[in-house]
Design a protein around this ligand. Sequence first.
Ligand code: PHE
Length: 343
Amino acid sequence: MEQLVHQIEAYRQEVAAFEATSPDAVEEFRIKYLGTKGIVKAIMGEMRNVPNERKKEFGQVLNDFKLVVEAKYETLKENNANLQTSDSKLIDWSLPGDPVPVGTRHPLNIVRNQIVSIFKRLGFAVAEGPEIEDDWHNFGAMNLPEDHPARDMQDTFYINQNPSWLLRTHTSSVQARVMETQKPPIRVICPGRVYRNETISARAHCFFHQVEGLYIDENVSFADLKQTLYFFVQEMFGKDVKVRFRPSYFPFTEPSAEMDISCLICGGDGCNICKHTGWVEILGSGMVHPNVLENFGIDSNKYTGFAFGMGVERITQLKYQVNDLRLYSQNDVRFLKQFTGVV
Ligand code: PHE
């Protein structure tokens, strides 16, 4: 017992002299004295060897020691926290912060979102589909049988591994997938990336973006087509823009028409963009061919529909007067950050 009391006295001195200059040292102190295998616990274990009549006296010595250790631990902790605060005083708060640059939306996405939101207001839903397609959804179902010369209108990338797969050349393939799974009335727009094997230049690229639309119901007429597209153009480019329809040919629509708008760049006087005609073509359209409807079991005597497809790059070019298509995919921040539309 006497020996134990001496031992505790020695520990007391050790504790008093302990100094910590880092959080690690404080933790070491805690483990050494207060841990489950620490000194305080070990001395408590000695209690059973103390004769009964001296247990109370020893208990007090032990308790005292424990309080001293705990108080010391608190002081060490506090001092250390102070140390950290004084460290942080070394930071110069007046220095400029690390800048976090704010990004901007890609111009094609800004314009795509604008197109989508205009058609949404007319009740069109958005439909999306795969970029790697099969021949049927891209061509066959769209009334382009194999060997049909109109397939040459869209130079297609085929996939070596399986030539009946291809990179979709238009998002009409998504319309096919919608007709396959939904019954009329159908009113969808299909935004997405499409691919065509063209030599890259200022006016052509091997991929571009489209928004195509499809409306099928009873009594849908060419007048509905014209009015819908006219509404779209006015919302997109303003009330002063004029439109004209030119007869055209697409295998999946009959009759078909291309729609031009008066050139926004030169106001109709003639410039490079409108090839000095005062008009620029912005989309293809037409009444859905009965064969296409029948391909999906839609009764072409009961239902009619119109479809249209436009290139987002072309609309963006007119909106922002960008005259080189390649800029859209070169990822040059100096170009991209000029577009601050929020949509
Ligand atoms: N799919 C046609 C194209 O990519 C566009 C189009 C869609 C034309 C719908 C008419 C009707 O060229």
